[in-house]
Ligand binder design. Structure first.
Ligand SMILES: C[S@@+](CC[C@H](N)C(=O)[O-])C[C@H]1O[C@@H](n2cnc3c(N)ncnc32)[C@H](O)[C@@H]1O
Length: 271
């Protein structure tokens, strides 16, 4: 198969710039996006952006020749899984893993990335297309553990704004942290023996809402969510000291962090 490669107006090669001359195979026709490998420097930057460690389970959805999966295992000691529908890519990926002796920490699965189970991931890497990222979004938000990091090479996730973005070699890398589902009304006891209540509205990782102290409406100065970590700042009145509450969402409750002014677990009164 011949592939002509053109530079886009930015002078950067993207696989959306590839034009086929002839010879699409059956497998090629079924793929949602063709194989274009991520440059090694970008692989390194993606793993760094995700802060991958030996504790992680990394999935590369549409893993190509397995370079991201193998690098996660070899350079970061992670367990890593690659999924690709193309048997040629799976064969190349297994050969690469064998070449650098990381077969015990990696697995390559020939399957459709849109339906495969990746719920045990703590990091997911993507180099697909915007439409595929968007198709994966609902599963990422509902099936992955809060705190799971998603790193995408070149393409964003529609209305879900990234938590971090980095320009690299003429493309952007994006990072999202799967947010815990914290929408609803929560109540807890503060260190000042007052009862705090917030009603939170959530759009992806963005929070807004209303607060009460001992049933009197107060100011919700700050409401932030990163993965399972919540930071709320509440002030009764401009003359009062703002109270800072830091907690983590665990199995439906907000557990107070060390140094938080929250002394009891936050209980959800209504969703
Ligand atoms: C642009 S390449 C990215 C390869 C690799 N992740 C990297 O960054 O080097 C996209 C890969 O997705 C695979 N692919 C396309 N559609 C797929 C699908 N529905 N299920 C699984 N893999 C798919 C292709 O075979 C190709 O290897």
């Amino acid at each position: 198969m011949h592939v002509f490669v053109f530079a886009n107006p930015l002078g950067v090669l993207l696989f959306t710039d590839l034009v086929f001359e002839e010879g699409l195979t059956q497998v090629d026709a079924e793929l949602d996006v063709i194989f274009v490998p991520t440059d090694d420097l970008i692989v390194e930057a993606m793993l760094k952006m995700a802060a991958v460690t030996a504790e992680d389970v990394v999935y590369d959805l549409g893993c190509g020749d397995g370079r991201i999966v193998v690098a996660a295992a070899m350079e970061r000691g992670a367990r890593a899984v690659g999924v690709d529908m193309d048997p040629r890519r799976i064969a190349e990926a297994n050969a690469l893993a064998q070449e650098v002796s990381v077969e015990d920490r990696v697995q390559f699965i020939q399957d459709d990335l849109l339906t495969v189970d990746f719920s045990d991931a703590s990091v997911v890497t993507l180099y697909l297309l915007p439409s595929l990222n968007v198709k994966l979004k609902a599963r990422i938000l509902t099936e992955l553990k809060p705190g799971t990091r998603i790193i995408a090479h070149a393409f964003n996730m529609g209305r879900w704004q990234p938590d971090a973005k980095r320009a690299m070699g003429g493309v952007y890398l994006y990072k999202w942290v799967v947010p815990a589902p914290v929408q609803g009304t929560w109540e807890w006891l503060g260190a000042d023996a007052k009862v705090y209540r917030v009603s939170l509205e959530q759009t992806f990782q963005m929070l807004s809402g209303t607060a009460w102290i001992d049933n009197v409406q107060a100011e919700l100065i700050e409401a932030k969510l990163l993965g399972d970590r919540v930071r709320l700042v509440i002030q009764a009145d401009v003359r009062d000291e703002p109270q800072v509450f830091m907690s983590s969402y665990q199995e439906g409750v907000l557990l107070p962090a060390i140094d938080s002014q929250q002394v009891s677990a936050g209980i959800r009164l209504e969703v």
